[in-house]
Design a protein around this ligand. Structure first.
Ligand code: GDP
Ligand code: MG
Length: 162
């Protein structure tokens, strides 16, 4: 059975863009409008000869549910289904209450969590990581899915955990 890697994170951090980078095709729908039905959330990926399945949990939507509840359920599905969890954050916006809410849920799992700080379009200093390290999941991987930065490092970290 193939290993499963789930991407979790609040809306607009770039989960679908990361997913597309990882599976290297435009399968997951990238959009700005929250709440639009997204159904193509599974993709096959390969890195360093390891094959695995990626899930974009942002595509798991619930009808008539408040956003907070939806994000919680996405994180819980990831904790149940995945072997490795990618927790995506947004460098441009920094940490938000919703990020902390997701972190609180993820603290309950023993599964490996890889932090990725997306929208890091321009390389700065190592200090840029500090804010995100405060979550307690270790050092984040700084990435930009639109510029293709850090994706190799992210995949290295994922495969190392499989
Ligand atoms: P999701 O809601 O977490 O799935 O986020 P999306 O992948 O749909 O991306 C939300 C928006 O952020 C889109 O307009 C993307 O083009 C944009 N975006 C995604 N990744 C990056 C990035 O690395 N840098 C910048 N500047 N924008 C990004
Ligand atoms: Mg998405």
């Amino acid at each position: 059975k193939k290993s499963i890697v789930a991407i979790v994170g609040r809306p607009n951090v770039g989960k679908s863009s990361l997913f597309n980078r990882i599976i290297r095709e435009q399968k997951s729908i990238v959009e700005d409008i929250p709440g639009v039905t997204r159904d193509r959330i599974y993709g096959n990926a390969e890195w360093l000869t390891r094959e695995f399945l990626v899930i974009d949990t942002g595509g798991i939507t619930l009808a008539d549910e408040i956003f907070a509840k939806e994000i919680k359920i996405q994180a819980e599905i990831a904790m149940q289904e995945a072997d490795v969890i990618i927790f995506a954050l947004n460098f441009k916006e920094g940490l938000t209450d919703q990020d902390h809410m997701i972190a609180k849920i993820l603290y309950k799992t023993k599964k490996p969590i890889i932090l990725v700080v997306n929208k890091y379009d321009k390389k700065g200093s190592d200090n840029d990581m500090f804010e995100f390290m405060s979550l307690g999941f270790g050092n984040p991987i700084m990435a930009s899915s639109t510029h293709g930065i850090g994706i190799g490092d992210l995949l290295d970290a994922v495969v190392y955990q499989l």
